[in-house]
Design a protein around this ligand. Sequence first.
Ligand code: AMP
Length: 591
Amino acid sequence: MDPILGIDLGTTNSVVSIIKDGKPELLCDELGQGILPSVVGLDSEGRLLVGQEARNQALVAPERTVKSIKRRMGEEATITVAGNNYSPQEISAMILRTLKDRAAKALGRTCTKAVITVPAFFNENQREATRQAGEMAGLDVVRIINEPTAASLIYEPHSERNERLLVYDLGGGTFDVSIVQIEQGVVEVLASHGDTHLGGDDFDQLLLDHVCDAFAREHEVDLREIPTARSRMLQAVEEAKKRLSFEVFTTIAEEFIAEKGGKPLHVNMVIDRRQYEPLIEPLLKKTLTRVDAALDDAKLNAGQIDRVILVGGSTRTPLVHDLLADQLHQELHSEIDPDQCVALGAAVQGGLIGGVDVGPVLGDITPHTLGIRALGELHGMISDDVFSKIIPRNTALPASRSEIYYTACEGQKVARLDVYQGENQNVRFNQGVGGFCLEGLDEKAEEGNEILVRFQLDLDGILTVTAVERKTGLEKQLRIDNAVTRFRAKSQADAKAKLATMFGQAGEETPDDRSITEAGKEAAPGEPQFDEAHELIAKARRLIQEASTEDAAEMRKLVGELQEAVAKADADRVQQIREQLDDLVFYLQDA
Ligand code: AMP
């Protein structure tokens, strides 16, 4: 059978992929670009532009450019581009045709069969319009599937297990949240909510306003009113926004952006994540209300969800992770590139239809969270044992993240950096992997002198830690060669010791281990006892996937009850359910 393309025809961007050697793979253009902006235009000479070129002219020549055509699919609309009329299907067909040509170039052969994805909320008209667009592009659309279904398939290509997934999809122009059930190989969307006008473009707009307002205050020139300046600034703020997902501050520098009184004006502004996050927080809170609505519709609580999957470029924003994890008390999955997830899932669907054997999809990830020891609040008290997380577990490798820390006192000359791996809020229960001192800090600095800490973890598990005094640029680096493998070895030793204890061969207990248990007894939310509950929940979830229907149902019930007890900080009830769940987990692990 001919290979089947998987196509994510997105509002902002579109992507095409295929199964190669049993794995879904993105197909790129000659420049190595996998993402095609879903923008179509005609240039001043009437030449067709699709993708980045069309996007570049969108702000300066809006009458010759069409964006977000996906929003019009299914309508009897006429779209006028430079005086020519098109239907929404025709515009979409131009995007699909470009993807088809890209695939032919990348593969050295023409592929006509495709699986195309659509939002779960698309009605029959919208689905039919998408199918027609495919046909106009010369594609044989073998199936139209829901985007959350595609995202689920990429995480669960062999969907024999019974699972419930929550797919949170925040793209450039739209937001969707869906509850998906996989039962005996059948994927079903139980509920879907969203906002067709909420996404990363809004974040760009808010940042643009923030920067342009500051510029206008200083120079009395509004860059938003000058089309070329506005277009340049919009691109600059989008790039800055993306950098802020990995860096704590970034510089926006645009030279000769405008002029005043014959003198050139330049933008040169440092944007801090702390300034940016409050701008977008209200919009993200709005997405959380939709998450609740989707759970309500599916008649489920967060504890009954086995896996939360993040899809869409905007889910790279750290605040999305923080708010969602807080709301759902769940580990989030973003191991697969959120821009590619849906297209890759569509390729998996194509592979399944074509009878191709699709192997495991997940690449290398960080098995544990990496961070440093910091001064902060632990169980309501100030402690210098706080584990401050920098690279969360399950992050795809290679990974780079940075955070800002502050000196604790005036005239502090040295900052000590101790690096740990683990999931506990208290570093004493995690694994130390190295450390160093940044010496020679500015002695005249007040308390709160900023130290930038950057973690870079490469594919071989080599961690490079860099500390920089922001004010002076004083810098020191540490390379930890086998941070990841070292921890794996310790986890194995821990697991062995635990098994030995379970089988009555009491393991050695260190004074530190004892204090875990003692501190846990009167724990409040977030204390070690609840951390253990969270770990047990994560373990149970992994086992649910392989359990019989009956055991899976029992485990889901206990997980739901345990989450509720943790949320209410009911320590006795937590303990009671933990014992039941522990028994079941132990029995299933052994089975
Ligand atoms: P999508 O519609 O899924 O292709 O997502 C596109 C949106 O993701 C655009 O608004 C991008 O600016 C945004 N995006 C891409 N990369 C990042 C990033 N690193 N951090 C935040 N937003 C991003």
